[in-house]
Design a protein around this ligand. Structure first.
Ligand SMILES: [Zn+2]
Length: 681
């Protein structure tokens, strides 16, 4: 196949230059990758082998202009590999992981290229560079050094081998989890198996069965189905069965068992860090973060662990007492926690999820999230039916600024399906840049909401609604991006800052001004009654001991694993047990993500030794939202303008700590975090 008739390599002429999804077939990917890789190699060679004196423009500028075909192919491929995959795509993914890793490594270990960058870097003060150019230069110089550029040949070879192997292992890890989630189904036979389930969950479990072309009701391991099941099912035996399957993802023995992969990954990461002159992988990884050191990250986690654990023990006592009052002669176990917590929530706040849900329609919450962006940043989302989409469920929206000028395209892909990875995420089909004329971003939000029954609207839990706001927060970070160089675009900031725009955005969902308007009953159109709204807002800190323990234990295990200097004979299970024992993990509680299915950490490098980032960013979002509270208006125009200038539109133009200070006027203060979670002494 020639490049001419491969739609992945063609000029995309649809509105917004959206990818021509309908024309792309699985067999187009491999040849497109091959052609794009070859083109990129030629570009890199031309920069590295140039006989001209190295300048910013002929080196860094040229480097920023290279690889566009590869970006185009890879963005479509990896987005679809996450959101609409199949066995053929999975096979290509496995094939491409080491090839792309080798390609990337060869660039970052190219000595001639590095020498040119280094030469420009040495003269950086005399080049009259713009602030953004200087930032690009500093970031690339550091990235090349962190990859091993300039090291002896033997070291570079080993680093390349390690990266390649890690890329394959990461791909395999993610596919194993997906396959375990896909293959597990629990049938609910008849009324007895549906005991305790509210209407929405009965409908969702029927929807999940229908999605697989079956009748009746099923529970799958999709978080949006299994969590409510554990919350409501009155059948303790079924809760136990489902919970154990959920917990065992990635360690079922056989081909999809991830434990050997973990051992190898941990060892390879440690070896790479040592080759690059760092004590451990965590030291290497956090050297380029806002926290700077594992000690700083660890200190935050430990400071939160103590009050969270104390609170969780109080919560457990309450649940145990409630179980006894209900005549359930049991000791509360991990598969009981959500069930009794739901009952406790009802008792304490007269609030149950089933009462809330009719007020949380997916379409209305989408509207609420868009409207919030409109009031803060003056932008508008308008649905477009003439833009290509990759699945019939996907919706496309044009985003325009206050002057009616188009600034980008936004895709929303909201429903769970078996071809989709679990969880929720934001990604880009194209990132914003202005290097050679304005390129507008194409951003996607992917979620896994259980679809409502036929003819009924999809109803969300409050957590689902929060997820939607969270991902749109990331989406806005991509859509509002206003930078020249692609390296610095949108969400390409350090990992422990990247959750700040998303978590900050969640705060607006919790505001009465927003809920009064958008939380309306799907049958009557009536707004949520004031008393219910008050109870909902009062319950925000409910069960936060549990939620914090679940999260912080995962973050601690992640960080500890990557602080090992000696990884010989590493046993993931034994290590998990050891760390949980050291921190005195409360009985009947488990990590939010156990290592065998900890996608953040092992399905690629993403959050490896950086799962703490969510909490780090939460210090910023709790303290950051206070800026609006202090201004006396949650849509305060001046605060919003600073937020846009220094955070949402700024990409990685400056250091994260400075960006935060410029927005807030002072460094982040951790007290707001403990207050937000109801853990302050
Ligand atoms: Zn996020």
């Amino acid at each position: 196949m020639s490049a001419d008739n491969n739609p992945l390599l063609a000029h995309w002429s649809a509105p917004f230059g959206a990818p021509p999804f309908a024309e792309i077939r699985t067999e187009h990917y491999r040849p497109a990758f091959d052609a794009a890789l070859a083109a990129n190699q030629t570009e890199i060679a031309a920069i590295a082998d140039s006989v001209e004196e190295p300048t910013f423009d002929n080196t860094l500028g040229a480097f920023e202009r290279s690889g566009q075909a590869l970006d185009q192919v890879a963005s479509v491929f990896f987005n679809l590999a996450g959101s609409d995959t199949n066995e053929e795509i999975q096979a290509i993914e496995r094939d491409m992981a080491p090839i792309l890793s080798r390609h990337h490594t060869a660039i970052y270990l190219n000595d001639r290229l590095f020498r040119r960058i280094d030469a420009v870097h040495a003269r950086r003060d005399s080049l009259s560079l713009s602030a953004e150019q200087l930032r690009v230069l500093e970031r690339y110089h550091m990235a090349f050094r962190r990859a091993g550029a300039g090291r002896p040949e033997g070291v570079k070879h080993r680093l390349a081998d390690i990266s390649e192997r890690l890329a394959s292992l990461g791909t395999q890890f993610g596919q194993n989890v997906l396959n375990d989630e896909k293959s597990w189904v629990m049938k609910l036979d008849g009324e007895a198996d549906l005991a305790g389930l509210p209407d929405f969950l009965v409908a969702a479990s029927a929807g999940a069965a229908a999605d697989r072309g079956e009748g009746g009701h099923i529970v799958t391991l999709s978080r949006s189905l299994i969590e409510p099941f554990l919350q409501f099912s009155a059948r303790r035996d079924l809760r136990e069965t489902a919970f154990k399957a959920w917990l065992a993802r990635g360690e079922g023995g056989g081909a999809t068992d991830n434990r050997a992969i973990i051992a190898e990954v941990v060892a390879l990461r440690a070896e790479r860090a040592k080759l690059l002159g760092y004590e451990t992988f965590a030291h290497y990884r956090l050297d380029d973060s806002m926290a700077r050191t594992p000690e700083a990250a660890m200190a935050l986690l430990r400071s939160v662990w103590k009050p969270a654990r104390k609170q969780a023990l109080i919560e457990r006592e309450g649940l145990q007492k409630l179980a006894a009052e209900q005549g359930d002669n049991i000791e509360v176990s991990a598969w009981d926690w959500r069930y009794y917590a739901e009952k406790k929530r009802k008792e304490q706040y007269d609030l149950d999820e089933a009462e809330l849900k009719p007020y949380l329609q997916l379409d209305k919450i989408i509207e609420a999230a868009f409207d919030t962006a409109s009031r803060l940043f003056g932008i508008t989302f308008t649905e477009r039916k003439d833009v290509p989409v990759y699945h019939p469920d996907v919706r496309a929206f044009e985003v325009t600024d206050g002057a009616g000028r188009s600034i980008g395209l936004f895709y929303g892909d909201y429903f769970a399906r078996s071809s989709k990875r679990s969880g929720a995420w934001m990604s880009a089909f194209r990132s914003q840049k202005k290097l050679d004329g304005e390129v507008k971003p194409i951003i996607v939000n992917v979620m896994n909401f259980a679809r409502g029954a036929a003819g009924e609207p999809t109803l969300l839990s409050f957590e689902d609604a929060r997820t939607l706001f969270h991902e749109l927060g990331h989406g806005l970070h991509g859509l509002l991006s206003n930078v020249t160089y692609p390296l610095l675009s949108g969400t390409s900031v350090v990992r422990d800052f990247v959750e700040f725009p998303s978590q900050l955005y969640e705060h607006w969902l919790e505001q009465p001004q927003v809920l009064e308007r958008y939380a309306v009953h799907y049958k009557t159109g009536e707004p949520m009654p004031k008393a219910l709204l008050d109870r909902l807002l009062a319950s925000r800190t409910f069960n936060q001991g549990f939620a914090t323990v679940e999260y912080v234990s995962s973050a601690l295990v992640d960080l500890e694993m990557h602080l090992l200097e000696n990884t010989e004979g590493f046993d993931a299970g034994a290590f998990e047990t050891k760390v949980l024992k050291e921190i005195d993990m409360p009985r009947a509680m488990v990590m939010r993500h156990r290592p065998p299915h900890f996608q953040h950490v092992f399905s690629g490098e993403g959050y490896s030794s950086a799962y703490y980032s969510y909490l780090w960013s939460e210090v910023l979002d709790a303290d950051g939202f206070d800026a609006f509270v202090e201004a006396g208006d949650i849509f305060d125009a001046r605060t919003a303008a600073r937020l846009k200038e220094f955070v949402y539109s700024a990409g990685n133009k400056q250091d994260a700590a400075k960006a935060y200070r410029d927005f807030r006027g002072h460094d982040p203060r951790p007290e707001a975090l403990l207050r937000k979670r109801g853990l302050a002494a």
